[in-house]
Ligand binder design. Structure first.
Ligand SMILES: Cc1ncc(C[n+]2csc(CCOP(=O)(O)OP(=O)(O)O)c2C)c(N)n1
Ligand SMILES: [Mg+2]
Length: 268
């Protein structure tokens, strides 16, 4: 890993997120949860995922499923950094006929593997793909990104049970643990308590990391495990990178005005 390069990648993802949300204007965008997951996306797209933009639909490519689909600005921004889509495409976000809507719409030709947005669906999709890979003796890996609020969905736990049962060591579950969901703090809405131990009891090899430490993310994604799916609880800060957004859940879904945009760019 080239830390300097990955840091720059993360910084540009954040800039793209803010640029796109600002362009969307009154259509508004999910901002806090895109910024919290930006460093994870930077490491994945800069250093981990085996994808080739010239053979974007190669059967052997790694698959990334953004189960917390509302954070699609992080995905679109990473795809723009990889030049799989263009900055001009980002400007079309949430407009009629755009490929980049407010939640990801499956479009494999631009690296969007699945449609997501209805929370609690992505992990079961990922499990199907991981099982298929094993059956076809393919070596690719499957990465599923969940929100911590999303983990309140029962379907997540039914899926984790399967992942453990089928010994899916080609599956990486990453939870963006930013401690908030749409309407407030997770601990008051439905406390997940020790998330790591929950994943462990469902048969996963578990890790808990700082989801903003690029080196730690990279190292954890490279650890070898056998016969077990990996679950990585990544402790993050909602709105990370923009001081006035950090831990302020009003920025879960909001509008960036011209004045705010000017101010935050200065302090990014
Ligand atoms: C099934 C379903 N119920 C409700 C919503 C509305 N919703 C959008 S984002 C969100 C909060 C999710 O919280 P979390 O997974 O922690 O996301 P983050 O904090 O990273 O934004 C909710 C409830 C949805 N998208 N899908
Ligand atoms: Mg959350």
């Amino acid at each position: 890993m080239n830390l300097k390069k990955t840091k720059l990648f993360a910084e540009n993802i954040r800039k793209n997120i803010l640029f796109t949300a600002h362009k969307a204007g009154s259509k508004s965008a999910h901002i806090g949860g895109a910024l919290s997951v930006a460093d994870i996306f930077a490491v994945l797209y800069s250093d981990i995922l085996r994808i080739n933009k010239k053979k974007i639909q190669d059967e052997n490519r790694d698959r990334l499923i953004l189960s917390k689909g509302h954070a699609c600005l992080a995905l679109y921004s990473a795809l723009a950094q990889k030049k799989i889509i263009s900055k001009k495409d980002l400007e079309t976000f949430e407009s009629d006929d755009s490929n980049l809507l407010g939640h990801p719409i499956m479009n494999k030709s631009i690296g969007i593997e699945f449609s997501t947005g209805s929370l609690g669906m992505g992990l079961s999709l990922g499990i199907g793909v991981a099982i298929a890979a094993k059956k076809k003796k393919k070596k690719f890996k499957v990465f599923v990104i969940l929100g911590d609020g999303e983990c309140n969905e029962g379907s997540v736990w039914e899926s984790v049970l399967c992942a453990g049962h089928f010994k899916l060591d080609n599956l990486f579950i990453i939870v963006d643990r930013n401690n908030f969901q749409q309407t407030g703090e997770n601990k008051s809405i439905m406390d997940l308590k020790n998330l790591k131990s929950k994943f462990k009891s469902f048969g996963c090899e578990t890790f808990e990391i700082n989801g903003h430490n690029l080196k730690e993310i990279y190292k954890t994604l490279n650890l070898k495990t056998k016969n077990k799916p990996r679950a990585i609880v990544a402790n993050t800060i909602k709105g990370k990178g923009v001081q006035m957004f950090e831990k302020d859940n009003n920025w879960h879904h909001s509008i960036i005005t011209n004045t705010t945009y000017k101010n935050i760019l200065k302090n990014l």
